[in-house]
Design a protein around this ligand. Structure first.
Ligand code: C5P
Length: 219
């Protein structure tokens, strides 16, 4: 039998990462944060002086990357990039490289390699629509742009970083538009996805909803 996969797609700031890791922990399954891969390519590309629209150079560079996810830490060719890939700039740059089809093709097999027993929880934008189309459980986790900007604002403020709520909202709307309107693997729910709007929900409520869905679909 195929190794089961739970896909959690949706726009940035909807809580996908937190929900995905809570589910993976609860089930003892593997976790794929696919957005981190695009962030790594963007950060490594900038460090190498590669233009963010130079698909060929980005693909060639990405082939030489040794990426290790270990206990919440991200190491690339031995360097710890855990914090560097989490900035707003890295997220915006990731969304630019993610719009290039050759870059998406280059990491397709790498992403599928995360599917190992006993199961995988994969979060991103196209996990259910492109990478794991046969996943028995597909979730599309949404929330209003305002709620997502406010969550991000509080998160950054708690980390002692000064931010502007309006600027955050604008960045979120810009990234949403780029992710939804791109030609290849645009952000949209899979036909067979359960759509959850988390605007008025707590993380625990979302996790409980997803766990119920998993119990009804996975043996
Ligand atoms: O989820 P995260 O904010 O880390 O993703 C960063 C960017 O990577 C997204 O804005 C999106 O453009 C891209 N991405 C993607 N496909 C995925 C995951 C992320 O295009 N499966």
């Amino acid at each position: 039998m195929a190794v089961p996969v739970v896909t959690i797609d949706g726009p940035g700031g909807a809580g996908k990462g937190t929900v995905a890791s809570a589910i993976a922990n609860a089930l003892g399954w593997h976790l794929l944060d696919s957005g981190a891969l695009y962030r790594i390519i963007a950060v490594a590309g900038v460090a190498d002086g590669i233009a963010l629209d130079d698909a060929q150079a980005l693909v060639e560079m990405s082939e030489g990357l040794d990426i290790v996810f270990d206990d919440g830490q991200v190491r690339v060719n031995g360097a710890n990039l855990t914090d560097a890939i989490r900035t707003e700039e890295a997220g915006n740059n990731a969304s630019q490289v993610a719009a290039l089809p050759p870059v998406r093709d280059a990491i397709f097999a790498l992403q599928q390699g995360f599917r190992r027993a006993p199961g995988l929880v994969a979060d991103g934008r196209d996990m259910g629509t492109v990478v794991f189309t046969d996943a028995p459980v597909k979730i599309f986790l949404d929330a209003s742009a305002e709620a997502r900007a406010e969550r991000r604002y509080n998160q950054l403020k708690n980390n002692g970083l000064g931010v502007n709520l309006r600027a955050l909202l604008e960045q979120i709307q810009e990234r949403d538009a780029r992710d939804r309107e791109r030609v290849v693997a645009p952000l949209k729910p899979a036909d067979d996805a359960l759509i959850i709007d988390s605007t008025e929900m707590t993380i625990d409520e979302v996790v409980a909803t997803v766990m119920t869905q998993i119990s009804s679909k996975v043996e």
